[in-house]
Design a protein around this ligand. Structure first.
Ligand SMILES: CC(=O)SCCNC(=O)CCNC(=O)[C@H](O)C(C)(C)COP(=O)(O)OP(=O)(O)OC[C@H]1O[C@@H](n2cnc3c(N)ncnc32)[C@H](O)[C@@H]1OP(=O)(O)O
Length: 509
């Protein structure tokens, strides 16, 4: 039996993804990069057995993502008993469409001489243009019911197993009524075509979104029985019923990451949500940490001017003077913050409840002068003794800020927390609140540095360093906090618990 180690290689190294465009004689490489993951294809160890010098090249044409797979190696393991080299053609066929297995010269010829490339425009409608680092970009959006959108997405989502954890390519042959619920956004760079017949568009990234039924609040009204005809004379279009909009897949290709495209794409989707009267709020399916940061950053900057304009802050004196020394039993939420006004802002900006709470908590924390917060060296022992009776109004604000945070966390995780003894419950809640606060502080540091135009700011505490891949995102991303919770503090899922358990990013009925 051969030593398996000699014949195994790292699948993430072996797979090479490249974006190509026509060159002088034959296609030239525009970008080349490796996947972040290959475990969905090659298993948890991300190892491929049976080859030496293996390279699996996946080429994509820059404008329409026409795809090609090419496998090369120096030596292949000769099967002994049950031990045989991984059948790469078979394995890859589950993830890469059949059209990608053409002969390489044919593929190169098709890209080099593509007669349609010059007039290519991304499918759908142009919805946003912007510049980044003096280069021009466009975002196009179209319905999945449009076959041009489907064809491009079929190619774009070959990237899913390589970059989106727990992501699953969408099924594209669903009936039209359900395809209509999906809108796909494509980000393209406008480039100077390398040859007279080449395209001026080069793919940067994409996102899929779908409408998810929103059960309208009944507000105590009783249902009214009407004598209507059945079936209804008019066709019900699911694409116009009240919905949440949910972001499913979201990807910016590695060579373009860290240039603000993710933020541009997210903000474009958010603006479309606000503009659509049938969409109640924007939610996200299984966001990862990098996406959480992107979203927190984008939502914070969207909401900040409104929260400032509305003078949102914690009232440091929630009790009337005559209340005496009686110990309050409940957090006086409605007296501490203008709950009604905040609900209105949330609905106006269509931000999901938990996400809105995160942004609001970050904003309120930032209204308290830094030296009065734990991160700024506040005297926590004194705060614990003085509580809401502290002399300084910002110390009182800080006390109430932590109470409001704990109240929200407690409500979300009540079922788990009530199973614990009181001292342990208090400790868990306190730990979680401190972790959440630490995460907010790290984000606020980065937001503050960005406002001041500084690329780097003082790093957050070492134990809040993120578990992100530095090789993919060097610079400021190493400062990102990983959200650590002793109890759960997850996004919007109170409404759709069943949905969350289904990790696959595919249509949900
Ligand atoms: C719903 C889902 O699909 S979840 C999966 C999300 N997709 C992926 O993880 C696929 C691989 N990664 C990517 O596609 C991209 O890196 C994205 C979408 C996560 C970010 O897109 P980018 O264009 O790189 O982000 P952009 O440059 O706009 O940065 C937005 C913010 O997020 C932060 N950020 C971006 N990537 C990361 C990261 N990997 N880790 C931590 N923070 C990050 C940026 O610092 C920035 O914050 P700032 O505005 O305060 O400076």
């Amino acid at each position: 039996m051969a030593d398996q180690g000699d014949w195994s290689c790292d699948a993430n190294d072996a797979v090479q993804l490249s974006v190509i465009q026509p060159g002088e004689q034959k296609p030239a490489t525009l970008d080349i990069f490796h996947p972040q993951f290959t475990y969905p294809i090659f298993g948890d160890d991300e190892q491929i057995f049976g080859y030496k010098g293996l390279i699996i090249r996946l080429r994509f044409a820059a404008h329409d993502l026409r795809t090609h797979v090419h496998i090369s190696y120096d030596e292949k393991f000769k099967a002994v008993g049950d031990a045989a080299a991984t059948d790469l053609n078979k394995t890859l066929r589950d993830w890469v469409p059949e059209f990608a297995f053409a002969h390489l010269p044919e593929y190169e010829n098709a890209v080099q001489k593509d007669e349609n490339a010059k007039d290519f425009t991304p499918p759908g409608k142009l919805v946003h243009s912007y510049q980044s680092k003096e280069r021009n970009y466009e975002i196009w959006a179209g319905s999945l019911a449009d076959s041009a959108v489907r064809n491009l997405l079929a190619r774009a989502q070959i990237f899913v197993p390589f970059f989106i954890e727990a992501g699953t390519p969408l099924v594209l042959d669903d009936p039209e009524w359900t395809l209509e619920r999906w809108t796909v956004y494509f980000v393209y760079e406008k480039i100077t075509p390398p040859t007279p017949t080449a395209s001026q568009f080069s793919f940067v990234g994409y996102s899929t979104t779908y409408r998810w039924w929103f059960y309208p609040e009944q507000k105590g009204e009783k249902g009214v029985i009407q004598n209507g005809t059945f079936p209804y004379p008019e066709e019900i279009r699911f694409s116009t019923l009240p919905s949440r909009l949910r972001i499913a897949q979201f990807l910016i290709l590695p060579p373009h990451q860290g240039s603000g495209h993710g933020s541009q794409l997210y903000n474009t989707i958010h603006k479309a949500t606000i503009a659509d009267d049938t969409v109640i709020e924007l939610t996200v399916e299984d966001p990862n940490e990098a996406f959480d940061v992107l979203r927190d950053s984008a939502d914070y900057h969207t909401l900040y001017p409104e929260l400032i304009k509305q003078k949102i802050n914690i009232n440091p004196n929630p009790y009337p003077a005559e209340a005496g020394k009686r110990r309050p039993r409940h957090v006086p939420t409605a007296t501490l913050i203008p709950t009604q006004k905040l609900t209105e802002i949330r609905s106006q900006y269509k931000i999901a409840p938990t996400q809105f709470a995160h942004i609001l908590e970050m904003f309120l924390l930032n209204q308290i002068p830094h030296p009065k917060r734990a991160a700024g060296g506040a005297n926590m022992a004194r705060l614990l003794t003085k509580k809401h009776k502290a002399d300084d109004e910002n110390e009182r604000r800080y006390y109430w800020w932590r109470m409001l945070l704990k109240q929200r966390l407690y409500k979300r995780s009540r079922d788990i927390l009530i199973q614990l003894d009181l001292p342990e419950r208090i400790q868990k809640l306190d730990e979680t609140a401190s972790n959440v606060e630490e995460g907010y502080e790290a984000l606020l540091t980065v937001f503050g540095a960005r406002e001041k135009g500084k690329a780097t700011a003082a790093p957050p505490p070492a134990d809040s360093t993120p578990e992100t891949d530095d090789s993919v995102r060097p610079d400021t991303h190493t400062m990102r906090p990983k959200r650590k919770y002793a109890v759960e503090d997850d996004e919007d899922e109170d409404e759709d618990e069943a949905e969350r358990s289904e990790a696959a990013k595919r249509p949900k009925m």
